[in-house]
Design a protein around this ligand. Sequence first.
Ligand SMILES: Nc1ncnc2c1ncn2[C@@H]1O[C@H](COP(=O)(O)OP(=O)(O)OP(=O)(O)O)[C@@H](O)[C@H]1O
Length: 289
Amino acid sequence: MNAFVDDIVQAEIPANSSGTDIALELCALSKVYALKRGMFKAPGEIKAVNDVSLRLYRGETLGLVGESGCGKSTLAKMLLGLLEPTAGNVLINGQEVDPTLRKDNARHIQPIFQDPYSSLNPRKTVAEIVGLPLKLHRIGSSTEQQKSVRKILDLVGMPERTYAQYPNQLSGGQRQRVAIARALILQPDILICDEPTSALDVSVQAQILNLLLDLKAEFGLTYLFISHDLGVVEHLVDRVAVMHKGSIVELETREKIFSDAQHPYTRMLLASALTPEPGLGIPELAVNG
Ligand SMILES: Nc1ncnc2c1ncn2[C@@H]1O[C@H](COP(=O)(O)OP(=O)(O)OP(=O)(O)O)[C@@H](O)[C@H]1O
């Protein structure tokens, strides 16, 4: 267990949460990828996620930030039951997640990924894509399903003329709206947003972020918002968890992270965001946890 993080988790309860109401809990979660022997590499392993413990309080948005390769997506996949942890477990609404019951878990936790184009079936219409989870879960009659699909598509701002269109006939922003509608159709409590706007034009990014904010307010959703873009994170989240080489090195309120970050890696991340130099990335840093 990472004692540094666990202490902070215990101490930090955001103002908008109802105290002990925990939507999502990660307990000492780890993932090790085994590497096979290749032409240029020896067999080995990568510790992608290392003993991560976190709590998401109901109704909060927790930002997860860190540079490329630090383990953010691996963590997200384990939360969604898409990847089995090497160690540790995940609790949704206090119940331990059984990765074999992904269908049940989908009622509570849903993803929104970076690239809506690759996550939408190109051979299905917008209405079919959004309605499919209802069909798979056998929720409502066909007429009720159609009604729900229209309602949610309207809510995410999709015009009626797009309902019979295919993903390749939509703009990037519209595709992400469809992905959001599909994520919401089962009325989950928690959304895992993995870089949901990084594939979009800057002007469209703001629209999608505002949509996510509106939906959160309307449905009381809990978000894990994964991003390398600190500007977006500052705009959106209540608390920030900073990830470095598979571990959470700092977890604090948004205000504290952006005004008084304690960990050297967090400070370096903030400094590099203020002075963007494309291609240089963030320098390596020894972190003691
Ligand atoms: N299927 C896999 N097999 C082996 N190694 C993997 C696999 N998936 C990811 N990794 C490695 O695990 C580490 C964490 O990867 P991950 O994709 O979780 O990072 P990330 O922070 O989400 O990066 P990015 O922001 O670029 O998506 C990296 O070193 C990556 O190369």
